[in-house]
Design a binder for this molecule. Sequence first.
Ligand code: TXA
Ligand code: MG
Length: 325
Amino acid sequence: MARVVPATKQAIEEAAAALRRGELVAFPTETVYGLGADARDPQAVRRIYELKGRPRGHPLIVHLPSPEALGSWAKPHATATALAERFWPGPLTLVLHRADSVPDAVTGGQPTVALRMPRHPVASALLQAFGEGVAAPSANRFGRISPTSAAHVAAEFAGDLLVLDGGPTEVGLESTILDLSGPADQDPVRLLRPGGVPLAEIEEFLGRRVQLPHEFAGPVPRVSGSLTSHYAARAPTELVAPHELVARARAAGGAVAVLALQPRPEAFAGSWLTLRAEPVAYGRHLYAALRQLDAAAPDLILVEEVPAEPAWLAVRDRLARATAG
Ligand code: TXA
Ligand code: MG
């Protein structure tokens, strides 16, 4: 059974010691909970893949205790250093050419490595206590909804696992991933995954546009979150236009569950959750809401479409994957 403990100073020390022994530890970040291992220990990293049921080729993000640690994991890169200074600690992951010492187990054998420094106080304290990089994917079984609470993590894994409980996560969606590994003379900045840091903030800081996936020239790096079906509930899940939602829900009958922006209609029999129509609050609650609706084992989950506006980019990305079947 997973062992969920409040993230006290003592529990964090215990978790750092477990990492040193090559064991896995689940911990909160500001985005979602992570399943961590010593990133320098290939055997420990392999345990992550086994426990998650994640295919081997999918690289992991290395979580760093400080911006300075960037230099021991990646080749020097001026734009990366500037982005790290501005956005770390925080929900931004940078994909860079890896330093020679980075184990293949972390990168899936690719020439690049993904790095981020989280800002959650428990993640920071754990990384400080451990003192080294921690490889950590989201602490869910492969393809499932990412966990935003310690209870979600405990529900994912049957085995013996220490879970540091730091309460519900603040951002609720995974980090924004930027690929900076393109040709040095062009210094391209490419978006691999929208997430916790809004694209507009990055573009404002850089003073130029970030390339979106359909604008990439040349080979596109592998991102497991970019598999079409991902972050999925067990029940079939569909996106529905706002004006069709009530009719579709009524037609589907009793065993339907609805995630909406509009309020529950009169005399509706199924489950209906309404989230606030504001992208930050919606993102914070999305995964917990999907889990809650899925837990009642409905025949169908209907999700009301959210606005097609830039501020909703990360939410729209996750909804598209959750409903890709
Ligand atoms: O917010 C987050 O990023 C959370 C927390 C725990 O930090 N982590 C997370 O990890 O979402 P995971 O493994 O669920 O997603 C990591 C993503 C995957 O889509 C993976 O393919 C991509 O990062 N990635 C990792 N290394 C990469 C690389 N070298 N090149 C391209 N993509 C990479
Ligand atoms: Mg994940």
